[in-house]
Write a protein that binds this ligand. Structure first.
Ligand code: ADP
Ligand code: MG
Length: 277
């Protein structure tokens, strides 16, 4: 097509051999109020294609609202969001080439693990949408046949170590297993960008540490852009290429973890990451 945004998508390096594209993301001058509360104030950021970026800040500072705006689940009052250089403000969530993993898993309790993971593929099949709207043609046709879907579900479950759980219902799983299912459901969408909103906060400490490493491995393997929301600074600092520190609806600093530790932009950042300044 030669369109402008297509040039800003790049092929991700995937060790598992599946083809994928990733894209950078830009938001500019985002403002959002709920009633009288101004929860995002002129928030701007460039996220590079393939980068792992964390949004770090205390509860209530606007992280989830920003992520929901990127995903198209919430509409900003002002400002723009672009994926791969293309404005997406008028696109519905499903059209944005993004998958989101929530803190609360949001699995369907009456459906098996296999059906939960297969759901995005089935919906795509039903809607006849075999091409992703932004980049097009990423999904091989085989992934939208019944057999292709089953194969994809098995492959994804194997990658996440939950192949033996495919017949179970979410109620029969531990928290960590449920979170893997939620990640699997996002993975089968083959998105250009992953958004994760405190995906580990419901897990116990030991499992959290293990899942951190697994999500990092997923990022390495898929090579696509991750935006990871957390209020846990250890999580942000150990997982991220860059961290955007937020407070009260503003981004205070965006830098590599070691820079934020060594050279916090101001007292608020220093207090939040616990480094001296
Ligand atoms: P975080 O994810 O950083 O904890 P949120 O983005 O969830 O913060 O919330 C930021 C602020 O916006 C909070 O004060 C919250 O109460 C408020 N808020 C979020 N969503 C809504 C909503 N749908 N209606 C009203 N207020 C909201
Ligand atoms: Mg939140």
């Amino acid at each position: 097509q030669g369109s402008r945004y297509a040039q800003n998508y790049s092929l991700a390096r995937r060790r598992d051999g599946s083809a994928g594209m990733t894209a950078g993301l830009t938001f500019n001058g985002i403002n959002k109020s709920f009633g009288g509360a101004h929860v995002l104030r002129q928030v701007s950021l460039d996220v590079a294609s393939g980068e792992f970026l964390s949004l770090l800040g205390p509860s209530g500072c606007g992280k989830s609202t920003l992520l929901r705006i990127i995903a198209g689940l919430e509409r900003q009052d002002a400002g723009t969001v672009a994926i791969g250089g293309r404005r997406v403000d008028d696109l519905r969530p499903k059209q944005r080439d993004i998958a989101m993993v929530f803190q609360s898993y949001a699995l369907y309790p009456h459906m098996s693990v296999a059906d939960n993971i297969a759901l995005p593929l089935r919906m795509r099949r039903l809607s006849g949408m075999q091409r992703l709207p932004l980049v097009g043609g990423l999904l091989p046709g085989s992934r939208t046949t019944q057999a292709g879907i089953a194969k994809e579900v098995t492959r994804t479950a194997r990658a996440l170590g939950i192949e033996s759980l495919l017949a179970r219902k979410p109620g029969q799983l531990s928290g960590g297993q449920r979170q893997r299912v939620a990640v699997g459901r996002a993975m089968v969408r083959n998105p250009a960008i992953f958004l994760m909103d405190e995906p580990l906060s419901n897990l116990d400490a030991k499992l959290r540490v293990q899942m951190r490493a697994e999500i990092k491995e997923l990022h390495r393997r898929l090579g696509v852009t991750f935006i990871y929301v957390t209020h846990d600074q250890t999580e942000a600092m150990t997982m991220s290429d860059r961290v955007a520190v937020m407070a009260e609806g503003e981004i205070l600093q965006v830098d590599a973890p070691q820079v934020i530790y060594a050279d916090p932009a101001n007292r608020k950042v220093a207090e939040f990451v616990g480094s001296p300044k």
